[in-house]
Ligand binder design. Structure first.
Ligand code: SF4
Length: 96
């Protein structure tokens, strides 16, 4: 990703762990500042979600935000499956 806004920025900035005594949240916001205008942000986030990157800021989201995004997607997929099963049951009941 040569076009990435973080080219040349130390990788450690995107894996905040309170390094140097800096509070973690401040580090994450610093990294997210680069992501905000990054032309490859969608691809970066897709990569992180696809390969389950557990740590760091990717595509403008930290690990907690990505985990929440995945939880919501799983919940929505489960709700969709339930709706489809209910629809199939209703269809079977009317056919019987
Ligand atoms: S979105 Fe990804 S590639 Fe772009 S600045 Fe952020 S971490 Fe780097």
């Amino acid at each position: 990703m040569d076009d990435a806004a973080c080219v040349g920025v130390p990788t450690a900035a995107f894996f905040p762990a309170g390094e140097g005594g800096v509070p973690r949240s401040i580090d994450a916001e610093y990294a997210k500042g680069f992501c905000a205008g990054c032309p490859v942000k969608p691809q970066c986030l897709t990569h992180a979600l696809t390969f389950r990157e557990d740590y760091g800021v990717w595509g403008g989201l930290d690990e907690h935000e990505r985990a929440e995004l995945l939880r919501r997607a799983r919940r929505e997929a489960e709700n969709q499956r339930r709706r489809e099963r209910a629809k199939e049951r209703a269809k079977a009941a009317t056919a019987a």
